[in-house]
Ligand binder design. Structure first.
Ligand code: AMP
Length: 265
């Protein structure tokens, strides 16, 4: 029994939509440290995009992705065609609760698509461990809840966000930014980090801090979809911080929508 319990997980799984960057590769390297084998999937999942979203123009570069995955010592890349994953679309996972607000409110059906594809990928790859980035905080909460609710036999690992030197969270969608927008984009992280610090140090009420942050982003040229303090497990808004608190934000510069979040402690 003890041997079994101490055994390294065999397969560590990193699901991605490709256009790989250091955020994805860092997940793969963590998987390699903790598991015998790292499997990465590259699949731009149509069911998690809304009708007016960027599915068709989402950045795709398979040759480069395969090269980067190989350099990160990924053992197996699974890059299925859409018809392979969805020969029919007749059964879905439907999230109640943690997927409703925030991204769920701005992107109806998004998390049902995410949960459905992740469950399908788990059933195909059969990993003992799966790794996700906290950059997509609500996605982590949704997957944790699905795994608990549906008794999915996998251990989840959530890893901190990898950032560029100026603080901008790495994202495949950063490729959409013009050079001018790219210069302003790090303000998103700077402003929510400042808010988190003020709340953690009890320098200002949560409401006041959030209000100032929203105004600062607007002054910088962002259109803010939401900015709030939430419990990162339940995604419920909070007015008093606890050890799970995170400031979450979604904001647009021009046509580019960025999301980010930071821990309050
Ligand atoms: P995506 O390809 O955007 O679906 O992301 C695939 C996985 O990589 C998800 O678990 C993301 O949360 C994670 N990820 C994306 N960007 C980052 C980042 N900057 N740092 C850490 N993980 C990330």
């Amino acid at each position: 029994m003890r041997d079994w319990a101490q055994k390294q997980p065999h397969i560590g799984f990193v699901p991605t939509m490709g256009a790989l960057h250091e955020g994805h590769l860092s997940l793969a390297r963590t998987a390699k440290r903790q598991c015998a084998v790292c499997v990465m999937s590259i699949f731009v999942n149509p069911t998690q995009f809304g009708p007016n979203e960027d599915f068709a123009r989402y950045p795709r570069n398979e040759d480069r992705d395969f090269e980067l995955a190989e350099q990160a010592e990924v053992d197996c890349v699974f890059a299925p065609a859409v018809e392979e994953i969805y020969p029919r679309r007749t059964t879905f996972v439907r999230l109640l609760d943690v997927g409703n607000e925030w991204e769920g409110a701005y992107r109806p059906g998004h998390f049902d698509g995410v949960a459905t594809v992740v469950l399908k990928l788990f059933n195909i790859v059969r990993p003992e461990m799966a790794l996700f980035g906290l950059k997509d905080l609500q996605q982590c909460a949704v997957i944790r809840r699905m795994v608990e609710d549906l008794d999915v036999p996998v251990v989840l690992s959530f890893e901190e966000t990898i950032r560029d030197v100026d603080g901008l969270a790495l994202s495949s969608r950063n490729a959409y930014l013009t050079p001018e927008q790219r210069e302003v984009a790090p303000e998103l992280f700077r402003i929510i980090s400042e808010s988190a610090k003020r709340i953690a140090l009890d320098q200002q009420s949560v409401d006041t801090t959030i209000g100032i942050a929203i105004q600062s982003l607007a002054d910088t040229g962002f259109q803010v979809d939401y900015l709030a303090m939430v419990d990162g497990r339940t995604m419920k808004q909070q007015s008093e911080p606890n050890e799970e608190s995170r400031i979450i934000v979604a904001a647009r510069i021009g046509a580019v929508r960025l999301i980010d979040n930071v821990a309050v402690y």
